[in-house]
Design a protein around this ligand. Sequence first.
Ligand code: URQ
Ligand code: ZN
Ligand code: ZN
Length: 479
Amino acid sequence: MTVLIQGGTVVNADRTFRADVLCQDGTIAAVGEGLEVPQGATVVDAGGQYVMPGGIDPHTHMQLPFMGTVASEDFYTGTAAGLAGGTTMIIDFVIPSPQTSILSAYQQWREWAEKSVADYSFHVAITWWDDTVHADMGTLVNEYGVNSFKHFMAYKNAIMADDEILVNSFSRARELGAIVTVHAENGELVFRLQQAMIDKGVNGPEGHPLSRPPEVEGEAANRAIRIAEVLNVPLYVVHNSCRQSLEAITRARNEGQRVFGEVLAGHLLVDDSVYQHPDFEVAAAHVMSPPFRSKEHQVALWQGLQSGNLQTTATDHCCFCADQKAMGKDDFRQIPNGTGGVENRLEVLWHHGVSTGKLTMNEFVRVTSTNTAQIFNIYPRKGSIAVGSDADIVVWDPAATKTISAKTHHQNVDYNIFEGMTVTGCASHTLSQGKVVYKDGELDVERGAGRYIDRPAFASFYDALNIKAQRAEPVAVAR
Ligand code: URQ
Ligand code: ZN
Ligand code: ZN
């Protein structure tokens, strides 16, 4: 399949320039002005549009078994929805039940993901610990291309990782040259505050944010950061929702610690007023953790992106329909946690980020694609418009306008947290592996075309060079 994207302006994380892009056999074969049209090639007219690396969403949960049900979006519908919004790769999560083999869980998720229509990879969650987990982490890194391990510090009596698990797993990840990631909420405090809400008779969705205040997230973020500091392992904090966790990350980064922060499109744009909605269905549709916060936190999170203290954006796409959310009708603790967004991340960030001047187009590419590719070690295969890179490309029409709605989205869920939002700027074409899979509102995808993407470990390189992660010594200031 040969496709020539003609007349566009290429936007990479580092620069913007006029160029045609030739895609052949799934990769980018040429980038330059006035390229010849090869015999039989498909031509995409990108005049007046931007040609950018396809979005990479580092945080999704397709068909996740969770809280007594299964997320409504599966790997087929979810990756297709992503392509409709310009996201060409997801990094999802293998979440083993405690006391079960993490290798078997990995195999199960690999099976589920075979129906994907776009490329995917997996973080693997460490939800318990013994010698087999220690050994299996090594197998996953050395044989299965896993270089990131997730830890849920929330969800007590389910998948919560206590400090013993964190310390064991962080140490093992360091040995293996992997990065560790955390869902940072203090699960003990959440458990206690949830009970307090129920005891007070607050059992509706409004109890959800009240039982997970920002301080609960700030404590866990800081604790994970300090443990990673002592064990000298790189840390990635997922879905930062508040000023408190951002402050913890900023302090660590200012002191030279290798810490990265992710923010969800939802946390940047949806506030906690949703939990006051009189209709249970609307309030419950927004129950996710950490919860949506007050507007002051959104200001801080945008500043975090602008300052570079937050490096990636994601969606935590984990969908549950109204009938599933109703499991918590009488007790908010039973409402399956999760919301969608994989289709809308790029367009809402463009409209509220680039068009408002908060982010340059290059920063937009950095936080929607390139930083994720670099942090998880798949750059420049992913995250760049360059010869040799995968031809995962979004052709972006800055003048196109759309109104987001569950009535028209491709996501397999009956609610959209951006419902009614009108955005200017969206994907006109998406290419996956050099094939036009989305064009002017129509998907043309192939079930199973998505590939599992190996992500190599890191520290083997540094160890080989015997480089210890040095932090700058405090500079003596002349009095
Ligand atoms: O915690 C997560 O990231 C998963 C279980 C999705 N649900 C959520 O509320 N964020
Ligand atoms: Zn989480
Ligand atoms: Zn998640």
